[in-house]
Write a protein that binds this ligand. Structure first.
Ligand code: GLU
Length: 421
């Protein structure tokens, strides 16, 4: 087995641990298992970033990790976060591989990260960091090689600057180099809402699997960013009762149901949820312990832990964030028969519409919102059914079943390609 000290980090060990357990269960060829434990290509850069004060120049670290190049270009977001490191990005790249394989989009996994706090940057600073980082990784990205997208701390505007920097470099507009762009630049309709919508499409199926009537299910959503906010909107539209949402300021709770549109409007005007009328304002962490049917962690990693897993009252957890549940919490929740729809399935709506966006850019032919959302629903529902079938027939939980589906597809592709030379 390869030793990979390069990627040492708790998250990487979680990703490899999870993979190894399932690989063993599947009886996966050991050579293939070893290949899949480490990413195929990792780029680490350190670059200078000039603050608005001009005299201050800081050295910033950035990463782009491409886990699997077997089946097509690699795909995955870029996160801007103050503590991101190579191991975290490598773990997230590996999860992107399984995610793409589970929904059947022809990409391998990738992820990028820049170790910077985007909340502390002015708009001009954010633009300079984005453009310089893009230049640093310009030789490893491209519409046929590796296609970035938004993730934590990045958004449509950041993707637009990335697209512009790449296009300036090659001398013509290349919309397909990145997804999650503004529609004016070749972004897809319904991409912004795709992750939140995609996970809510799975709510009726998860409810059926747990013998709960989907109408009026009480739902709490941790996070009110690009995933949580649109999950709340979609949940409400689908007849769920969204009773709590949270952001870094705290959580809103109203057992009679929140007015999600009003909360979204409040955040547009006031930046944070705090101060919103018509709901109790409670400590953000309390959201995990509320008496609800469904809990959607949709913000950051590692929020459901060994310490709070026993306080979770929800019967269903749908993971909007990447890796919100630690391995220890996962075991505890499973032991209590909580039905977990794992991140690599639940939040795959984002990369699915990213795939649609790339296809539209490459073909220069754009789809309507109905076409896009209809195809998203079809793919999400089918992926859930496939995973649930494996879970039932192999008598395993949904995370293990999802990993089996993802790993099997990748391993089949690797076997038929063979080893070069
Ligand atoms: N960052 C998102 C994820 O973790 C989206 C990736 C993409 O659209 O390529 O799935």
């Amino acid at each position: 087995m390869p030793t990979a000290h390069e990627f040492d980090s708790p998250m990487y060990h979680e990703a490899v641990g999870q993979f190894s357990e399932v690989a063993e269960l599947m009886g996966l060829d050991e050579n293939i298992a070893d290949r899949l434990k480490v990413p195929q290509k990792s780029t680490v850069v350190a670059f200078p970033f000039r603050h608005d004060t001009y005299a201050e120049v800081e050295t910033i670290f950035g990463y782009r990790v491409q886990h699997l190049t077997t089946m097509g270009p690699t795909k995955g977001g870029i996160r801007f976060a103050p503590d991101v490191d190579l191991g975290e990005v490598a773990a997230l790249a590996m999860w992107m591989t399984w995610k793409c394989a589970i929904v059947g989009v022809p990409f391998g996994g990738a992820k990028g990260g820049v170790r910077v706090d985007p909340m502390a940057l002015s708009r001009a600073e954010l633009q300079r960091v984005t453009r310089r980082f893009t230049m640093e990784i310009i030789n490893v990205i491209g519409p046929e090689t590796d296609i970035p997208a938004p993730d934590l701390g990045t958004n449509e505007q950041v993707m637009a600057w990335l697209m512009d920097t790449y296009s300036q470099h090659v001398g013509h507009a290349v919309p397909a180099v990145v997804t999650g762009k503004p529609p004016a630049l070749g972004g897809s309709v319904a991409r912004r809402e795709a992750t939140g919508r995609g996970l809510m499409f799975l709510l009726p199926q998860a409810a059926a699997a747990r013998d709960i009537k989907p109408e009026g299910v009480t739902t709490a959503i941790h996070g009110f960013g690009n995933v949580g906010r649109y999950a709340a909107v979609a949940g409400e539209q689908m007849g769920a009762k969204v009773v709590a949402v949270s952001d870094i300021s705290g959580a809103l709770y109203n057992p009679d149901g929140l007015n999600v549109d009003a909360a979204a409007k409040w955040v547009d005007e006031h930046r944070f949820l705090e101060g919103f009328p018509d709901a109790d304002f409670i400590d953000g962490d309390k959201i995990f312990e509320l008496p609800v049917d469904v809990l959607v962690p949709a913000a950051i990693q590692g929020v459901l832990t060994e310490d709070n897993a026993d306080s979770v009252q929800a019967k269903i957890v749908i993971e909007g964030a990447n890796n919100p549940t630690t391995l220890a919490a996962d075991k505890k929740l499973r032991g209590r028969e909580v039905f977990i729809v794992p991140d690599i399935l639940a939040n795959a709506g984002g990369v699915t519409v990213s795939y649609f966006e790339w296809v539209q850019d490459v073909q220069k032919y754009f789809w309507t919102e109905n076409e896009t959302v209809g195809r998203l629903r079809e793919i999400m529902v089918r992926a859930f059914d496939d995973v649930h079938t494996i879970a039932t027939s192999e008598n395993v939980d949904m995370r293990t079943a999802a990993l089996i589906k993802g790993i099997r597809r990748v391993a089949d592709a690797k076997l038929v390609r063979g080893v070069f030379p």
